[in-house]
Design a protein around this ligand. Structure first.
Ligand code: SF4
Length: 57
């Protein structure tokens, strides 16, 4: 996962997307629930009302 992602790093809504060229992006799946949230948030996200900590695996 890319570094310095802030809250997204431990959020249950995040997905790591890897392009064909090897670039990595964080996709916020909450954006499909609420269009006020960007699909690809500007990082690091320091404050986010939709943040939900992911359960430890
Ligand atoms: S809900 Fe907020 S903290 Fe979670 S992935 Fe989306 S932007 Fe990041």
């Amino acid at each position: 996962m890319p570094q310095n992602n802030g809250l997204c790093e431990t959020c249950q809504w995040v997905r790591l997307i890897r392009s064909d060229r090897g670039s990595e992006f964080l996709l916020c799946r909450y954006a499909s629930e609420d269009p006020r949230y960007p699909k690809y948030p500007r990082l690091p996200v320091l404050v986010c009302a939709a943040f939900r900590e992911a359960a430890a695996s």
